[in-house]
Ligand binder design. Structure first.
Ligand SMILES: NC(=O)c1ccc[n+]([C@@H]2O[C@H](COP(=O)([O-])OP(=O)(O)OC[C@H]3O[C@@H](n4cnc5c(N)ncnc54)[C@H](OP(=O)(O)O)[C@@H]3O)[C@@H](O)[C@H]2O)c1
Length: 281
């Protein structure tokens, strides 16, 4: 399986001696083999998650992504990448099931050392006024959009944080422009779950900043994926388009590029950021 070859740097000239002991290079700064750089993407079978898996594979990471039921869709993505000489692994996992994430991380450990996590799996949930919501509507959305993010992040930090002997790494959360606006009519529930993600991103970023782990979020605006139609709102993309300064919905790939940049060493001094990818909205 061809993976991008590690480039051999030109032989460096001997460094002038300062008399001081050489600084020990932190583990996270040492070059790693591209194929060993595992990034876990939750909900990677379609939409923004799938676009992120494609971009990660193209950038030389080894993406491991989850799907819930659509094994054929997930396998088709793995196969499409394989045809291009790239590798990804698909693992079945409902992030809301008890014990599922512990089992998932155990599987990821068997594939290779984790360097990053993309908390992408998310649902719009029931679209209704707050006074028409059932208690389980609320718990379903928070279970997927918030509780699972705490759990994946906890499990990732135990592998990444230098506090736990890890090499450092990067976490990117999927927020939403709705966190700032409170959501359009009847989407307060979803918007509130993404507001929790913004707070989680800011707080966790500070908590682990000195442990080699960066934590950021992207806040997409209106993005052309199946999430709208699957929540019974297929018309959202056309009806909301005119409210976007750039005059169009974004693509999943436009969000994926921001995610991969935040994950990468190119964003080495960026933590606690919430990057809007929203066409000016
Ligand atoms: N599209 C937008 O306009 C937009 C805007 C702002 C933020 N976002 C956020 O971006 C993220 C991705 O959205 P998207 O538009 O790409 O959505 P999507 O096309 O509906 O894809 C969602 C992904 O999450 C997975 N997922 C959902 N519930 C899950 C669960 N319980 N366990 C495991 N996986 C689960 C889905 O897997 P299955 O295929 O198995 O269902 C799917 O792979 C979400 O967090 C969303 O809130 C999207």
């Amino acid at each position: 399986m061809p993976v991008p070859a590690a480039t051999t740097p030109p032989a460096a000239a001997p460094a002038p001696t300062s008399g001081l002991a050489p600084a020990r290079e932190p583990a996270w700064a040492r070059p790693r083999e591209p194929a060993q750089r595992v990034v876990l993407v939750t909900g990677g079978s379609r939409g923004i998650g799938a676009a992120t898996v494609r971009r990660l594979a193209a950038a030389g990471y080894l993406p491991v992504f989850t799907y819930r039921q659509e094994a054929k869709t997930a396998q088709a993505l793995v196969e499409a990448l394989r045809m291009q000489g790239q590798v990804a692994h698909a693992l079945a996992c409902d992030v809301t099931l008890p014990g599922a994430l512990e089992a998932l991380f155990a599987q990821v450990d068997g594939i290779g050392p984790l360097v990053g996590l993309v908390n992408n799996a998310g649902i719009l949930g029931t679209i209704a006024r707050v006074d028409d919501l059932a208690q389980e509507d609320v718990s379903d959305v928070f279970a997927c959009n918030v509780t699972a993010v705490f759990e994946t992040s906890r499990l990732a930090l135990r592998r990444l944080s230098t506090r736990h002997g890890g090499p450092g790494g990067s976490i990117v959360n999927l927020s939403s422009g709705a966190a700032r606006t409170g959501g359009s009519v009847e989407m307060v529930l979803y918007a509130s779950s993404k507001g929790a993600i913004d707070t989680f991103t800011l707080g966790l970023a500070r908590e682990v900043a000195a442990e080699g782990v960066r934590v950021n979020a992207v806040a997409p605006g209106l993005i052309d994926t199946e999430i709208h139609a699957r929540a019974g709102q297929p018309q959202r993309l056309t009806t909301l388009q005119s409210s976007i300064p750039m005059g169009r919905a974004g693509t999943a790939d436009e969000v994926a590029q921001a995610i991969v940049w935040l994950l990468s060493d190119a964003a080495s001094y960026v933590t606690g950021s919430i990057l809007a990818v929203a066409g000016g909205r």
